[in-house]
Write a protein that binds this ligand. Structure first.
Ligand SMILES: Nc1ncnc2c1ncn2[C@@H]1O[C@H](COP(=O)(O)OP(=O)(O)O)[C@@H](O)[C@H]1O
Ligand SMILES: [Mg+2]
Length: 439
């Protein structure tokens, strides 16, 4: 290996022992050299500017300037420098903040020498590539496959594996709790069945602690995703069908665990296997996710082909939607992957769609009207409003959204922003809705 290929690493951690341990781990690693170590964020910034290392191993929790702020300053001031953030488990919010600060990887302590070295080599390679085009054409990293020893590593910058699957995964993510994520995705799933008759549609409740899908669709059943996790090597069509709950509309639902603490039993590897299996057995897999950047939510979002980012015309939700687009850039999601959906839209009050689009700097893919009475009544009855109130504006909007999502080349263009003052298109066929309503 030539002199040029030595990866120059700097360590920033306030705990002496950690710095020494990291040095030891890297001591005999070929092609990696620890060029400096700093005991605080301030020192790290100064030393980083002076040494200009290729990779910085940065602790988050330090007195004074924390690792996230120090990393942000360093990535800005030293071009080409790559940051790997290090933190202990259970600090999910740090991941998101780290990514916003430009970190390439996030290692959860304790991590192994293998994980550390793999991460260093990966971010170094990423740093040498031009940002988007080259990264997009890279093969999937080993860490994105189940069964590899990288379970403790989260890769904000890891390119997505190439699409080789059959079903399409659409995950809904709320910019803020309460924007209507669960309500919309449940109704969208049912609307999709009508729009694409004969397709197999699954709805996965990805809010493993406080999943609402069971209540929203009035489904009470003992089986949940936990049953799949317990038999993860046996995910054949029959077993999956047995575990999923049937909604009267024909929708198959994979419910969240019956109690919050059971969420801990679901691992990232479980989730990857379950997503792969659902993709094999369904044409569309819709996922409700909680508003957090926990590992499991990120796994669901990573695995999705489309992320519906849901916001409402309120400042905090708009602000978070903007943040989400920044994060999705860090996650190297294709620009077309994240579609902005404006819920609870009422052109007569609040912030206009145009102002929201201008603020978030992304087109609004579709808007769903605010209809408090209809939506709340439907929720309290455990009946989706697309079935109980198919002619209401909110239902027409959701059906229109479903049509836009399934639009294929040759159909009407999928990406036409749906926010307009034009009258909504009537729903032509309503047989499923009608059938269910007349039950
Ligand atoms: N289009 C809408 N119009 C009026 N109220 C809505 C609409 N969509 C959702 N809501 C209301 O918003 C609240 C939160 O919905 P929920 O689906 O639980 O949000 P989230 O999953 O994002 O936390 C519910 O009370 C629901 O009735
Ligand atoms: Mg929800």
């Amino acid at each position: 290996m030539s002199e040029q290929d030595i990866i120059r690493v700097m360590i920033v951690d306030d705990i002496t022992e950690t710095r020494e341990n990291l040095k030891k781990l890297l001591l005999f690693e070929r092609g990696v050299e620890v060029v400096g170590a700093a005991a605080s964020g301030e020192e790290g910034i100064a030393l980083g500017k002076q040494l200009r290392p290729d990779v910085v191993l940065m602790d988050i929790n330090m007195p004074g300037i924390d690792g996230i702020s120090a990393g942000e300053i360093l990535t800005r001031e030293v071009p080409g420098l790559q940051i790997i953030m290090m933190s202990v488990q259970g600090e999910a919010d740090y991941l998101r903040r780290s990514m916003l600060a430009g970190a390439r990887e996030f290692l959860i302590k304790p991590f192994s020498a293998d994980e550390l070295i793999t991460s260093i080599r990966r971010v170094y390679e990423l740093g040498r590539q031009p940002p988007l085009a080259a990264v997009a054409s890279r093969p999937a990293s080993p860490g994105s496959h189940p069964g590899t020893p990288y379970a403790n590593t989260i890769h904000p910058a890891t390119p997505q594996p190439p699409p080789t699957r059959t079903g399409r995964i659409i995950a809904a993510f709320g910019a803020k709790g309460g924007v209507g994520t669960s309500t919309l995705i449940a109704n969208l799933a049912i609307a999709l069945q009508e729009v694409r008759k004969g397709t197999r549609i699954a709805l996965l409740d990805g809010d493993f602690q406080f999943g609402d899908i069971g209540v929203l669709l009035n489904l009470n059943r003992a089986r949940s995703i936990i049953d799949l996790c317990e038999h993860i090597d046996e995910l054949d069509a029959q077993f999956i069908a047995d575990v999923m709950t049937n909604h009267p509309s024909g929708l198959k639902v994979l419910l969240a665990p019956p109690s919050p603490e059971m969420a801990d039993l679901i691992t990232i590897e479980h989730l990857k296997s379950i997503l792969a299996a659902l993709r094999d057995h369904f044409d569309y897999v819709l996922i409700d996710t909680p508003t957090s950047f926990g590992e499991s939510t990120l796994t669901l979002l990573d695995g999705a082909d489309i992320v519906l980012l849901i916001t409402t015309p309120e400042i905090p939700a708009i602000k978070n939607a903007t943040l989400f687009f920044d994060v999705s850039e860090q996650l190297k999601y294709d620009e077309e992957k994240v579609l902005l959906l404006l819920n609870k839209y009422d052109p007569r009050t609040g912030i206009t769609a145009e102002a929201i689009r201008a603020s978030i700097k992304h087109p609004i893919f579709a808007a769903v009207s605010r209809e408090d009475r209809i939506v709340n009544t439907a929720i309290n009855q455990g009946l989706p409003f697309v079935l109980t109130q198919p002619r209401s504006q909110v239902s027409l909007d959701v059906v229109q959204l479903a049509k836009m999502l399934v639009a294929v080349p040759g159909d009407e263009p999928a990406l036409t922003p749906a926010v307009s003052t034009a009258a909504p298109q009537p729903v032509k066929k309503r047989s499923l809705f009608g059938k269910l309503l007349n039950r």
